[in-house]
Design a protein around this ligand. Structure first.
Ligand code: G6P
Length: 475
């Protein structure tokens, strides 16, 4: 196999199996990361190491759309311990401020180490001499160090897509030292928010007693020298132009009108779009909306809430419980306030193609992003990008990473139900001139910092690290 100059390592490959298709029928996954890296992968003749998303599936490496794909196989037991357990029932809740209680199980950790090693070995095999490797997200926090041990010639980047918590919470982790050491194997460690990078630097100081200076982390090496790793914020974004183009398509605009029609042409459509996850604040949103209906501030004849909750991690207990709670709440609201002509909440437990999502964004007057904690929240950016007429209101949680850039949204603390209710009422009644003033500023942010800028900034930082390293080697 030829080795690649640029390798991405992520829990998932950038492709999904075509439902009902043959064994080698793949299509590109819709995610933002995949879109962002596609041009880079093409230019660099890159390779992508990742899991195919199904247990016990052994697939040989193959080429897809200009990228060399290297599947990593996971057994059913590894999916249970490494993916559902350690990744999504330990790290996920711990890093999202323990909204749900993290479980600490030693056998989950052992599987996590084992699987991280498998990813690191696959990346080491795929990378050419002196190549650049970019590791993605919390499922693979040990890969940077494991990879550096296997291949000291590589330049290694890591990007953390979710929050990094305050030390008071992080310190719960029985393996807090190993995880920090794992991440510090990278030359550049990227975070969504400045606060995440700060939390990480503090954890490094507290756990390993290393010195940090600005974004530089000084790592003492065995030979007495000091290696510098950079830990800083690179807020991720979307392919903004693609959303603008879709929003301008006549067929998509017609679909938006059809959606409004289908809902009985209410005066105001509120929209929530989330993976069905306890970090997203869907219950808080429903509670606020239910109280507005109960108090008469909102009338079912005028306002409808559309809630898309796409199925996610359905075998993890906390997700099953959340689904039950949300569906009970939705049914109660519908039972109490629906009429034969009007729906209070239209709840959709599905995921939809991008075009349909854009039609929904165009149909919605108010977008509700009420996450209790969120690394970035790309849905907020997608909504903004599609509002080419500068109309519409974004209600945005201050606990979503997006709030750092999108400070002209109506910012809310979703725990404060009264505050959330006021924000919703304000959004419903916001005069067009104010909508437009805010939306213009939000759109400028999203159009200026798109996902291409994000990957460029990260890869530039990595190139700088590589340059520093080769100068040092030459000295
Ligand atoms: C978040 C994580 C990603 C993850 C995605 C979907 O955005 O940061 O790493 O891929 O959720 O979750 P899943 O468990 O289905 O991969």
């Amino acid at each position: 196999m030829t080795q690649a100059e640029f390798v991405v390592v992520a829990n998932r490959l950038p492709v999904d199996r075509v439902p009902g298709g043959g064994d080698d029928d793949w299509r590109r996954s819709p995610g933002g990361l995949v879109t962002a890296l596609e041009p880079v992968m093409r230019r660099a003749d890159g390779a992508w190491v990742g899991w195919v998303g199904q247990a016990d599936h052994h697939v040989a490496p193959f080429d897809f759309d200009g990228t060399h794909l290297v599947p990593v196989a996971l057994s059913a037991e590894e999916v249970e311990l490494y993916y559902e357990g350690m990744s999504n029932d330990t790290f996920w809740p711990l890093y999202h401020d323990v909204i749900s209680a993290p479980q600490y199980h030693r056998e989950w950790w052992d599987a996590y180490v084992r699987v991280n090693r498998r990813f690191a070995e696959a990346a080491a095999d795929a990378a050419a001499d002196g190549a650049t490797v970019w590791v993605q997200d919390y499922q693979l926090q040990l890969v940077p160090r494991l990879l550096r041990e296997l291949r000291p010639d590589l330049t290694i980047g890591y990007f953390h897509h979710i929050p990094f918590p305050a030390y008071g919470l992080y310190s719960q982790l029985p393996w807090r030292k190993q995880v920090i050491e794992g991440l510090l194997g990278a030359d550049v460690i990227g975070f969504q928010r400045v606060a995440d990078a700060g939390n990480f630097a503090r954890a490094v100081r507290r756990v390993l007693h290393y010195t940090t200076k600005g974004s530089d982390i000084h790592i003492p090496e065995e030979d007495g020298s000091t290696r510098i790793a950079v830990a800083k914020a690179f807020p991720i974004s979307i392919d903004s132009e693609a959303y603008v183009e879709m929003a301008r398509r006549e067929d998509i605009q017609a679909r938006a009108a059809e959606i409004r029609e289908g809902l009985g042409n209410p005066r105001t459509i509120l929209l929530g779009v989330d993976r069905l996850d306890y970090t997203k604040g869907i219950r808080h949103r429903l509670k606020a909306f239910g109280e507005l209906l109960a108090g008469g501030e909102v009338d079912v004849a005028d306002v409808t809430l559309v809630q898309v909750a796409s199925p996610s991690r359905e075998r993890v207990g906390a997700y099953m419980q959340l689904r039950d709670e949300i569906e009970l709440t939705v049914a109660r609201i519908a039972g109490d306030y629906d009429t034969l002509d009007h729906t209070a909440v239209r709840y959709l437990h599905h995921s939809y193609p991008r075009e349909e999502m854009v039609a929904l964004f165009l149909a919605a007057d108010v977008m509700l992003v009420t996450a209790l904690r969120d690394g970035m929240n790309l849905v907020a950016k997608e909504y903004v990008a599609t509002r080419t007429d500068n109309r519409g209101v974004l209600v945005l949680s201050e606990f979503a990473g997006a709030a750092d850039e999108l400070s002209n949204a109506v910012l809310v603390n979703p725990h404060d139900i009264d505050g959330l209710k006021e924000a919703i009422v304000r959004a419903i009644g916001m005069p067009p001139a104010e909508q437009s003033r805010r939306m213009r500023s939000l759109r400028r942010k999203v159009l200026d910092n798109d996902v291409g800028q994000w990957s460029k900034k990260f890869l530039d930082a990595l190139a700088q690290a590589r340059k520093a390293k080769s100068e040092e080697d030459a000295a």
